[in-house]
Design a protein. Structure first.
Length: 342
């Protein structure tokens, strides 16, 4: 491909997927060093990538507002957003989301070159000028990098994330000196079948308190407190455990994880943030294909129970796979990671 001056990456969500899409940005910048590279991302997730040195601008995608306005038959905000995309005068668009709406926004830019995944869902590839048929069994990062290769760029598998001073100050204020280098536990996940039981996280936390001198911080989203209430109850009575569930911004969470000596998590955004900061991790997985969506290049850090008959994390009954993972195994693995990282 000839030189591209203005490039747009479309990868609005989810937060964990945004974090692990960074290699797309890095690869494109290496191939087109003089290009202005923008990234269309869900407005709430902008802090995850806005301070990356290869990024020119994060374009906020106001998904909730657009959806509400369209339901009220008010297309003005959608037309205004499309107008903003067109003013970017992009000559290359990479649709790394691969859905109908991302394909629609891709063609709405007016870019002459638009690359999409022919294997993507919802036929979003119909809006592309060039399609790549990726292997759906390969890791999502590698699938996105195949799009980059189609643009003439060699893949650079660099997932590094960046924080700025404001985010770090927020984390410092919330952690204080006693929790400066904590073990971070992220016990929540959107899907029930991705959640290790909260009672097991309590057992794990008690074991780590008894066998290590390290403080522990619990993180999660504002609507996830109910998922981990037994663990939060422990935090209310244990001075070495800090409850930050629902208390951090996206940028603040990044900075907390950047400081972690170990991150223990279900399949969640916090886990992929930890990979982006190259932190020691223990990832707890159930009915999910780790070769496709697990922590990238960190399969050795995954504890998983898998059953070929129930590899569907969207079915709540498959949570039994997560319940098959004993506390002792996770405790031993965490202690090994702490020892090797000390």
């Amino acid at each position: 491909m000839r030189e591209a001056d203005r490039i747009l990456i479309i990868r609005p969500s989810a937060l964990g997927d945004v974090c692990r899409s960074v290699p797309v940005l890095v690869s494109l910048k290496k191939r087109f060093p003089a290009a202005r590279i923008d990234w269309m991302v869900q407005d709430a997730f902008i802090p995850a990538i806005e301070h990356h040195p290869d990024l020119h601008r994060a374009i906020p995608f106001p998904r909730s507002k657009l959806a509400k306005d369209l339901l009220r038959f008010k297309p003005g905000s959608l037309l205004a957003f499309i107008g903003e995309l067109r003013r970017g005068r992009y000559d290359l668009v990479i649709d790394a989301q691969g859905l109908f709406r991302s394909g629609f926004f891709s063609v709405s830019t007016g870019a002459r070159k638009r690359i999409g995944d022919r294997s993507g869902r919802e036929a979003g590839w119909l809006f592309a000028t060039r399609t790549v048929r990726t292997d759906p069994r390969s890791h999502t990062v590698d699938r996105m990098l195949e799009l980059v290769r189609a643009a003439g760029a060699e893949p650079v598998r660099d997932l590094r994330l960046y924080t700025n001073n404001r985010q770090r100050v927020e984390a410092e204020a919330q952690l204080g000196p006693r929790f400066a280098r904590p073990i971070v536990i992220a016990p929540t996940s959107r899907w029930a079948a991705k959640r290790w039981p909260a009672s097991r996280f309590v057992e794990l936390t008690r074991a780590l308190l008894a066998r290590t001198p390290h403080p522990i911080v619990i993180v999660g989203g504002p609507g996830e407190r109910e998922q981990c209430e037994p663990l939060l109850e422990l935090a209310r009575h244990e001075p070495r455990v800090l409850d930050l569930v629902g208390e951090t911004s996206v940028g603040g969470l990044l900075a907390v994880i950047e400081r972690a000596r170990l991150v223990i998590a279900n399949d969640s955004a916090a886990l992929h943030m930890a990979v982006g900061f190259d932190r020691p991790i223990v990832a707890i997985f159930g009915p999910t294909e780790i070769d496709e969506v697990g922590p990238y290049s960190r399969a050795a850090d995954v504890i998983q129970r898998a059953d070929p008959g129930c590899m569907n994390h969207k079915r709540d009954e498959n949570a039994r796979v997560m319940r098959a993972i004993p506390s002792r195994e996770v405790v031993v693995t965490c202690l090994e990671r702490l020892h090797s990282g000390s």
